[in-house]
Design a protein around this ligand. Sequence first.
Ligand SMILES: *[C@@H]1O[C@H](CO)[C@@H](O)[C@H](O)[C@H]1NC(C)=O
Ligand SMILES: *[C@@H]1O[C@H](CO)[C@@H](O)[C@H](O)[C@H]1NC(C)=O
Ligand SMILES: *[C@@H]1O[C@H](CO)[C@@H](O)[C@H](O)[C@H]1NC(C)=O
Ligand SMILES: *[C@@H]1O[C@H](CO)[C@@H](O)[C@H](O)[C@H]1NC(C)=O
Ligand SMILES: *[C@@H]1O[C@H](CO)[C@@H](O)[C@H](O)[C@H]1NC(C)=O
Ligand SMILES: *[C@@H]1O[C@H](CO)[C@@H](O)[C@H](O)[C@H]1NC(C)=O
Length: 380
Amino acid sequence: MRFSQVSALVLGVPIVTASAYSKRQNSTTEKRYAILDNDWSPAGSIPFLMALDAGIEILGLASSTSNTWQKQTAYHALSTLEVGNLSSCIPVYYGATHPLINTPTLFQAWESIHGSLPWEGAFKKYNATAEELGADPTSGSDPNRISKGAFVQGFPNVTAVEGTSAAAMMVRMVRRYPGQVSIYAAGALTNVALAVRMDDGFAGLARELVVMGGYVDVNLLQTSGDILQADINSDINLMIDPEAAKIALTALFPNIVIAGNVANQVMSTQAFLDEVYEVENPYSYLMNRYYNAGGTFPFWDETAMAVLLDRGVVVNCSTVYIDVDTAYSSPNYGNIHVYQEALMPPGLRNVTYVHEIDEGKLREMDKRSVQFPKSCKDLR
Ligand SMILES: *[C@@H]1O[C@H](CO)[C@@H](O)[C@H](O)[C@H]1NC(C)=O
Ligand SMILES: *[C@@H]1O[C@H](CO)[C@@H](O)[C@H](O)[C@H]1NC(C)=O
Ligand SMILES: *[C@@H]1O[C@H](CO)[C@@H](O)[C@H](O)[C@H]1NC(C)=O
Ligand SMILES: *[C@@H]1O[C@H](CO)[C@@H](O)[C@H](O)[C@H]1NC(C)=O
Ligand SMILES: *[C@@H]1O[C@H](CO)[C@@H](O)[C@H](O)[C@H]1NC(C)=O
Ligand SMILES: *[C@@H]1O[C@H](CO)[C@@H](O)[C@H](O)[C@H]1NC(C)=O
C-alpha cells in the first residue's frame, strides 16, 4: 500500500521489468565477492548469513557510524561472527568514525530548525543513564567509547584488523577482483565515499553498489501514523552523512541498486521470528529475542541483501536518476531526489530503484540462512 504514494517523478520513467534487469547480470559462472558495510548490532547477523548461504565470499565486514558510532558497531560485528564461529574466516575492518562534515552538534542544530527525527542514530543526544543501562553510545565527547552493556550476544574476544581502514580495504579488494566485488552498504555511505575519492578507478571496478536507504515521497507517511510509522519512513543512513551519500550515489559504479521504500515491505512479525526459532542456534535465538526490541520492524537490511544476492527477488523496479540534497538549510538535507533523464540536472547517474520484492523469497532466504548458518569449514 505504501507504494501507491510514489510520485509522478518515479511513475514518469520507463519501468524495467525484473527479468530484463536480471538478464543484464551475468552471474552464472563468475565467482562473486562482497564487502558488507553496516552499523552492526546484536540481531544484525542476517545479511552476512544470507550472503554466506548464497555462496558469496565475504571479503570483510566494515563498520559504519550510523545507528551508533562505528567502533561499537565493529565490536558488534566481531561478536556476532564469534557466536557462530565465523571469526576465523571473515575479517572486520574499522570504518571512518566521523561523517565527512556532519556532527552531532550540526545535526542537533538542524533538528532545532527542521524538527526531530524519530530515530537519530549516533547523533541522538548523549545519555549517560541509557548507556549505563546497555544502550549503544550516541553523541558524547568520545566516539570511540564502548558501551559493554549493549553486548547481549557476548562481548567479543577477537579484534578487528589494525592498520587498514574499511575504505582502503574496499579499494584493495576491488582492484584484486575487478568486476566481481559487490559493495553492500546498509549504514551511512562514509566509507564508500572515501573509497570513491581515494581511487578514481574504485567505483568502475566494483561490480555494483547496493544500498539500504533512499526513501522517496514518504513525507505524508511520516504524519499519517504513530512515531514508529514516522521512524520507519525516515532515512537515517543517508542523513547521518548527506555529503558521502551524494558522492557514493553519483559515482560510476556499473550498477547502483536502491532498496529504500521497498525495505519497509516485509515485516519481521513475531510469528515469523518464532517460526525461524523452531531450529535453535545462537543466531535464531538472537533474532527471536532482539530483532524486534522496541517495536516490530521491517526486514530493512535483509531486503537489500536479498536483492544483492538474487535479482530474481525483484518483482518491480524502475530506472531513475538520483541526487542527494546536500543543502544544510533544507528540511530534506540528506534525502534523495529522483529525476527522469530528460529533466535531470548534470552530474547524475541512473540507478535501479526497487519498488517491490517477492516476500516469500525473502522470508525463505532469511529463514534458511539463520536456521542453518554456514561455518568456516563450509566456506573452504
Ligand atoms: C511498479 O511500481 C510503480 C511505482 O510504485 C507502480 O506505479 C507500478 O504500478 C508498479 N508496477 C506493477 C506492475 O506493479
Ligand atoms: C557470462 O559470463 C561467462 C563467463 O565470463 C561468459 O562465458 C558468457 O558468455 C557470459 N554470458 C553472457 C550472456 O554475457
Ligand atoms: C562453535 O564452536 C564450539 C566449539 O567447538 C561449538 O561448541 C559450538 O557449537 C559452535 N557453534 C556454532 C554455532 O557452530
Ligand atoms: C536517558 O535514558 C533514560 C534510560 O533510558 C531515560 O529514562 C531518560 O528519559 C533519558 N533522558 C533523556 C533526557 O532523554
Ligand atoms: C567471549 O568469551 C567470554 C568468556 O568465555 C564469553 O562469556 C563471551 O560470551 C565470549 N564472547 C562471544 C561473543 O562469544
Ligand atoms: C544507465 O547508464 C549507463 C551509462 O550511461 C547506460 O549504459 C545504461 O544503459 C543505463 N541503464 C538504463 C537502464 O538506462
